[in-house]
Design a protein around this ligand. Structure first.
Ligand code: ADP
Length: 641
């Protein structure tokens, strides 16, 4: 960095991600300008929270909660809007770290995706959360004056930037603790330099904030004197007027809080722009004494699948903010849940370490988990469309549940949605409960098929006999599914059965005559099976006759206790060493190609037929071949004969 230093003033370049963010934000959020107020008021309120927390161990930092506030004032001559708080403030290092960089990893990646499709930017950028930088939506320059709690007046800092490549920082003197943000408004930001407009927007964005948010207002007041013409003498008198209720939202009773307030509060805690899908607010007394306010977002956060995604709830103890992202209160498969928990039982000096193995944490976590699962159940039963929207965003994460949370496995499975042969659609919309309702007389298993894609699943030869017997099959096409099925062995007392496993037995759905006929054919076909086995040796585990196929000559299946194809692929993709899958090769004796093979007297030609039939079975099972040219050679040899 080529910083210039004059006295204590330095010019520094923004991290490149910040430059990108500023650019994208200004270009995509102009139609949603007012959100800068939500972001800045939200930061001010967080700063008050952080001060209260720090004062738990450093009681001289401030006197009382009563003094904490956020104040807004504007000046139409200088075209400035000022937002000031007396929260924790920032040191010079804090300023450089927080107002010059974006700490989240993966940000650069995220932005590179953004710029490809500008039309979606505003929503995506909302998922990212723009925070302080949103000031530049309305301002062409921003000055921040801040003094960290506990530092002397002459160690305050001023940060200034026009939101382009760089910013300056310098040491200044500031009389009081906290942060003052001065926005030099752009032409199209001037609408906010109006009492009416500010009152409106602040009202909307600050009602749920726990400390007073006030604006400077001026009124004409009578002095008591009269003018010569008898009219009353007035003078302008200014004062701070509190706009919000200033009571932390979750401490209010449910019936006093409107949906709009819940929605705004969600945006405050989550930094999301989009309204949440649903929420649940609960005060619990008894063994544990706590309040929780849990939200299900409508959109997955941009980094939900990143390893270092910051998940978790805001933790308060006796209404004092303790920490952000307390992930101990939610299992990982519900990491998309936002909100807070306010406990009366945890000690105020609780740390992440203490939370780690703590009985209270454990029981709060169990309670919150149950709460979220039943919130989802409720949504699913009341509004299938809404639930479907949830599933699209978060289904993949929820599928981690059965492996992680044994005790809630059944509930989680009940919340899952899949594609199935019941509807001709890739949409994952079938619940296991409705599958069970449609089960055929005598059916005691839930049949499923895992594949790489919906198309591969739907056209799988394994489905042929299910179609002819009118049996529904769940089609699982997410990468995680095969792994999931290691943990999900039954639902509602019914076992899951993979239809590509050798143990599959559908004979109970066949009539006696059919079975008799099959037995006969199998007997006749025995020698072909033997011949095939002799040709293939240990390339396959076994060769068998099958009657479950209609239009397909052959398939491969795996033994019940052996690793399936999808699992092997999953492990291989994760870089793990995978033992070779030994397949059972099944031949359909009623298929014309198999009949031709059976009729082939020449051993070499017979071998080519086996290669072709095994090759195509492997191809449709695995989606790829180990030795395509060998396969092609066998086909060509047959074709030219
Ligand atoms: P976020 O709030 O999501 O962390 P922001 O860009 O809004 O992101 O802010 C970055 C950081 O700057 C904050 O986490 C906080 O540490 C600091 N900050 C912003 N505004 C204030 C403020 N008013 N008082 C103290 N610190 C602040």
């Amino acid at each position: 960095m080529n910083d210039t230093m004059t006295n204590n003033k330095e010019t520094r370049g923004f991290q490149s991600e910040v430059k990108q963010l500023l650019h994208l934000m200004i270009h995509s959020l102009y139609s949603n300008k007012e959100i800068f107020l939500r972001e800045l008021i939200s930061n001010a309120s967080d700063a008050a929270d952080k001060l209260r927390f720090k004062a738990l161990s450093q009681s001289d930092l401030y006197q009382s909660d009563a003094e904490l506030s956020v104040k807004l004032s504007f000046n139409t001559e200088t075209n400035t809007l000022t937002i000031s708080d007396n929260g924790i403030g920032m040191s010079r290092d804090d300023v450089i770290e927080h107002l010059g960089t974006i700490a989240k990893s993966g940000t650069a990646d995220f932005f590179s995706k953004l710029s490809e499709d500008q039309s979606k930017d505003s929503q995506l950028i909302g998922q990212f959360g723009v925070g302080f930088y949103s000031a530049f939506i309305v301002a062409d320059a921003v000055t921040v004056r801040t003094r960290a709690a506990g530092l002397p007046a002459d160690e305050a800092v001023q940060w200034h930037s026009a939101g382009e490549g760089d910013y300056t920082v310098e040491t200044i003197t500031k009389e009081s603790r906290g942060t003052e943000i001065i926005l030099h408004m752009r032409e199209d930001g001037k609408e906010f330099l109006s009492e009416y407009r500010l009152r409106d927007v602040i009202g909307k964005y600050s009602d749920h904030i726990g400390i007073p948010v006030s604006i400077w207002t001026e009124k004409d007041v009578e002095t008591g004197e009269e003018n010569e013409d008898g009219t009353k003498v007035t003078k302008k008198e200014g004062g701070w007027e509190q706009i919000n209720k200033a009571q932390a939202l979750w401490t209010r009773s449910k019936s006093d809080v409107t949906d709009e307030e819940y929605v705004e509060f969600y945006k405050h805690v989550s930094h999301d722009f989009v309204d949440p899908l649903t929420w649940s607010h609960n005060k619990v007394e008894g063994k544990n004494d706590y309040t929780s306010l849990l939200y299900i977002p409508a959109k997955a956060p941009w980094d939900m699948m990143n390893r270092d995604h910051q998940a978790g709830l805001k933790l308060y103890v006796q209404r004092v903010f303790i920490m952000d992202d307390a992930e101990q209160f939610m299992p990982s498969y519900l990491r998309f849940v936002k909100g807070l928990i306010d406990s009366n039982d945890l000690p105020l000096n609780v740390s992440r370490e203490i939370l780690q193995d703590n009985k209270i944490t454990q029981s709060l976590r169990n309670a919150c988990t149950k709460r979220v699962l039943s919130m989802l159940e409720k949504t699913a039963s009341r509004d299938e469309e809404k639930y479907q929207a949830f599933w699209k965003e978060f289904g993949l994460v929820l599928k981690e549940g059965p492996a992680e949370d044994f005790s809630n496995k059944e509930k989680i499975a009940g919340l899952m949605r899949f594609a199935s042969t019941h509807v001709d659609s890739a949409e994952q919309a079938v619940a296991l409960a409705s599958y069970i309702e449609r089960m055929k007389e005598g059916q005691d298993k839930i049949y499923y098929l895992t594949a790489d894609s919906y198309a591969a699943a739907k056209n799988s030869p394994h489905l042929e006999q299910f179609k002819s017997k009118g049996l529904e099959v769940i089609l699982m096409v997410d990468r995680i599914d095969e792994w999931l099925m290691n943990y999900l062995t039954e639902f509602d007392g019914k076992q899951f059965q993979s239809i590509t496993k050798a143990g599959l037995d559908l004979s109970k759905f066949e009539d006696e005559a059919e079975k008799e006929q099959q037995k006969e054919t199998e007997e006749e076909f025995k020698s072909v099976v033997e011949r095939t086995k002799a040709y293939l040796g240990d390339r396959v585990k076994e060769v068998r006759t099958t009657f479950k196929l209609a239009n397909t000559p052959s398939v491969v299946v795996t033994d019940d206790y052996e690793m399936g194809t999808q699992m092997a692929k999953l492990l291989a993709a994760a870089g793990q060493e995978v033992p070779e899958v030994k397949y059972i090769f099944e031949l359909n004796p009623n298929h014309d190609l198999v009949k031709r093979m059976a009729d082939e007297a020449d051993e070499d030609a017979f071998g080519r037929w086996v290669e072709v039939l095994l090759g195509q079975a492997m191809l449709s099972e695995r989606g790829a071949m180990e030795d395509p040219s060998h396969f092609v050679g066998a086909i060509n040899a047959l074709l030219t004969k």
